[in-house]
Design a protein around this ligand. Structure first.
Ligand code: PGA
Length: 252
């Protein structure tokens, strides 16, 4: 059985004061809960260390929102996998559609970052997903399979089995328009098939595939009921402790 995994992606939101208020409320809500899943948050890079301290004891892990593909050097304005580890992160989101759209992230750099993350013991949360035009033209499965194949190039089956994939259709992110559970399941099954052909059935069965795109408490349970949906990557609804915890409840 795959252990469900829920992450909140705070994107360019929440400052130090917000983190303090969030963790206080989160810890009080969690004191009466023992969720049977992994969960955590991806704050902005400047808050990684403080978030690691502040969430301690709550069961939450910390994820970086991105890393550079080099360990160090003349690369102004970014952080490396090592910096993320230093700050206490155990996960890193790689290839989010906003990085691909606004920061020229491509499949080659996604693959380089995935390999860097694994080399320092960070678990990559690899984001894939099609834009609306591709889905309308019927090419969504082919598109996502190709993103998965490129992102995981040169990984061993053992490495591949440890990663998390987030299927996030671009048209569902921040729009309030989630994929239906059936649409998401269809793609998750196709992703698992791709993993199986690349790394073997046993590795593919271990990979946790999150759904992302307008997940909230009201639609989380029906999405999570699907056999290949193993959790969620949540943007907007993760910005408040109560709405994140309501999704956590729906997962259990
Ligand atoms: P959303 O964002 O939940 O606000 O749609 C999801 C994401 O970008 O990971």
């Amino acid at each position: 059985m795959r252990r469900p995994i829920l992450f909140g992606n705070w994107k360019l939101n929440h400052r130090h004061k917000d983190l303090t208020a969030f963790t206080a409320e989160f810890k009080s809500l969690m004191s009466s809960r023992e969720p049977e899943c992994d969960f955590g948050f991806a704050p902005v890079a400047t808050l990684l260390s403080e978030a690691t301290r502040s969430f301690k004891g709550s069961g939450a892990s910390i994820a970086a929102q991105d890393i550079h593909s080099f360990a160090s050097g003349a690369f102004t304005g970014t952080i490396s996998a090592e910096h993320a580890v230093d700050a206490g992160a155990q996960f890193v989101i790689i290839g989010h559609s906003e990085r691909r759209a606004y920061f020229a992230e491509d499949d080659t750099s996604v693959n380089a970052k995935v390999r860097r993350a694994l080399s320092v013991g960070l678990t990559p949360i690899v984001c894939v997903g099609e834009p609306l035009s591709i889905r309308d033209a019927g090419g969504h499965e082919k598109f996502v399979k190709s993103q998965v194949t490129s992102a995981l190039q040169d990984l061993s089956s053992d490495e591949a089995s440890t990663i998390v994939i987030a299927y996030e259709p671009v048209w569902a992110i921040g729009t309030g328009k989630s994929a239906t559970p059936e649409m998401a399941q269809e793609m998750h099954a196709a992703i698992r098939e791709t993993l199986s052909s690349l790394f073997g059935r046993s590795a593919a069965e271990k990979v946790r595939i999150q759904y992302g795109g307008s997940v909230k408490a009201s639609n989380a349970a029906e999405l999570m009921a699907m056999p290949d949906i193993d959790g969620a990557l949540v943007g907007g609804a993760s910005l408040r402790a109560d709405s994140f915890v309501a999704i956590l409840d729906a997962l259990n």
